[in-house]
Design a protein around this ligand. Sequence first.
Ligand code: SF4
Length: 67
Amino acid sequence: MTVRITADRATCMGSGQCVFTDPDAFDQDDDGKVIVVRDEPGTDEERDRARLAVQICPSRALALAEG
Ligand code: SF4
């Protein structure tokens, strides 16, 4: 299974919850907007953390494409 994380930086409000949840996958730029630093989680544990980050994002800026 391949999972890819996508982020809508226009929607991101910079709360940082994704970075707190999954610091290996997400970072923030100087404006606080999300940067996806690892867009393809490779292990079950990484995928679970990515899913949690998507669920926890208050602005619904994150998505997972699974296939
Ligand atoms: S949790 Fe959502 S709103 Fe907050 S920084 Fe991450 S992508 Fe942006």
